[in-house]
Design a protein around this ligand. Structure first.
Ligand SMILES: C[S@@+](CC[C@H](N)C(=O)[O-])C[C@H]1O[C@@H](n2cnc3c(N)ncnc32)[C@H](O)[C@@H]1O
Length: 245
């Protein structure tokens, strides 16, 4: 299976890095706090991070007491930054697609994946491998683009009033799953749309027990500071799930 490795595209990489270098972004305000709110005590634990990108989370896991962290990513460019900015004796960065993780032949206490699964076609296959690679009672936590985002299929995403304010989301073909091409810094960025029930059922069928789901929404305080995030009340950007073996 040939995965698209869009983060190694120079233009895409520079555009993405710029967003992440800016402190005020949806990751920092919503996704990362929700992800870490679900994290168990990491003291003495082994952690596998699928699609680890710049390795910021890997570093944080070690700082929170993890004894070993393996970060896997398909993009060499992302891992170059990870090795430069977030290296540690307890972290191993591996350049490989997460679809191949069963080759690691290793078990972990905790597996996490932050905003990478919407790039993965064989979600069910990866989930089954994660289950096999977790220790008994191990925890798996992941975030992905919310299915209300991944179902976008071209055209205007929003209906706006005469002043340009977003009044509602244009939703089409939510029920048609599979590959979607979108434009984000460059044309032809491939993502995969799955409906909520497909995601939840894949986890149940793999053997997991669902412990928590979060679709982060802005608080009133946050909206006072950043009113544009009001749009999340129409459509959350992220879906986070915590499950246990
Ligand atoms: C949005 S970034 C998130 C990076 C990091 N997890 C974070 O939250 O800061 C998505 C990452 O997933 C990686 N990725 C996409 N498809 C992948 C695959 N099939 N296997 C491994 N990594 C993949 C990309 O290269 C990229 O680094």
């Amino acid at each position: 299976m040939a995965q698209q490795n869009i983060y190694d595209n120079e233009i895409f990489f520079e555009g993405y890095k710029k967003i992440r270098d800016n402190e005020v972004n949806a990751n920092n305000l919503f996704e990362i706090p929700a992800l870490f709110s679900m994290m168990p005590d990491l003291t003495g634990k082994t952690v596998l991070d699928l699609g680890c990108g710049f390795g910021e989370h890997c570093k944080r896991f070690v700082e929170s007491g993890a004894k070993k962290v393996v970060g896997v990513d398909i993009s060499e460019k992302m891992l170059e930054v990870a090795k430069l900015e977030n290296s540690d004796d307890k972290i191993i960065y591996l350049n490989m697609p997460m679809e191949d993780i069963s080759h690691l032949q290793e078990k972990f206490d905790i597996v996490i994946s932050s905003l990478a699964f919407h790039y993965v076609e064989d979600f069910e296959g990866v989930i089954r491998n994660v289950y096999e690679m977790l220790e008994e009672k191990g925890v798996f936590i992941f975030s992905q683009e919310n299915p209300l985002c991944t179902c976008h299929s071209g055209g205007n995403r929003w209906t706006r009033d005469e002043n340009g304010n977003k009044i509602h989301l244009n939703l089409a073909y939510y029920g048609v799953e599979g590959e979607r091409e979108s434009v984000w810094f460059v044309d032809n960025v491939k993502k995969y749309h799955r409906i909520f029930s497909t995601i939840v059922n894949a986890l149940i069928e793999a053997g997991f027990t669902i412990e928590k789901m979060i679709e982060p929404l802005p608080t009133e305080e946050l909206l006072e500071k950043y009113p544009d995030y009001n749009e999340l009340l129409h459509k959350p950007d992220f879906l986070l799930v915590k499950v246990r073996k």
